[in-house]
Design a protein around this ligand. Sequence first.
Ligand SMILES: Nc1ncnc2c1ncn2[C@@H]1O[C@H](COP(=O)(O)OP(=O)(O)OP(=O)(O)O)[C@@H](O)[C@H]1O
Length: 267
Amino acid sequence: MSTSPAPLLTVRDLRVVIGDSHILHGVDLDVAARGTTALLGRNGSGKTTTVRGILGLVPRTGSVLLGGEETVRLATHSLVRRGIGYAPEDRGVFATLTVAENLRLAERPGAGQPAYDLVHELFPELGQRAGQAAGTLSGGQQQMVAIARTLLNGNRLIIADEPTKGLAPKVVTEVAQVLERAAEAVPVLLVEQNLAVVRRLARHCVVLADGRTAHRGPAAELLADADAARRLLGVGRAGHDGAGPAPAGASAGPAAHPATRTEEAEV
Ligand SMILES: Nc1ncnc2c1ncn2[C@@H]1O[C@H](COP(=O)(O)OP(=O)(O)OP(=O)(O)O)[C@@H](O)[C@H]1O
């Protein structure tokens, strides 16, 4: 009987309060030691705040074990040194700098030789575009730069926050390919609302609702269960695989929590 390796990241009872706002009320999640784990949930359910809590960018309580080490009281720079790479929602690419300069800025002193070989092996296009200003790249290519930066420093975990948001369907496919290649090298925690991307990339998923963990399990199982997808994500319809939009009037959630952004197309 084969046993799965221990999770790389184990989050328990993560709580975040900012000012008067109680945003996370107890998030539990595991990030598998291999491949992609998807963090899902309707708009405003707390996905980005969970990521920011893991990274120490907001005050938090609970437990965040990275490779068995408790990190919840560590500052962000200590977490970065321990090997968490972050590709934020807005990509954080410097538009007026070249691709090569964007990558050079991401090199971390003390992290050993930057892994340019890996980056160029996974993304040969970045080598060809080394001298191009990052602001003139397509959205998909900029996302490639953002992911490449997280791979440079021998990180143990990559966190990517909505990397396909706002991109055209063809570019979504390109970004899914980028993430697929990255996850072969380093485990990925992927915040994603495009369920076609989730279906393609993620083995495990965690679903948040109102700042709490509402579901954890195999991603394929959730996406195949139209009732669960409708209840948890506000998508799916009878006889459908859960990745399409809900029919008119079939929204499962309150109006304040719009349904998850979805794509019908394969990616
Ligand atoms: N700094 C803050 N101060 C007060 N409330 C906040 C703050 N950041 C987030 N929130 C609130 O916390 C809730 C969760 O936000 P969060 O961005 O984590 O959700 P999300 O699941 O990532 O949403 P989306 O899918 O729309 O990006 C929202 O109601 C949001 O308005």
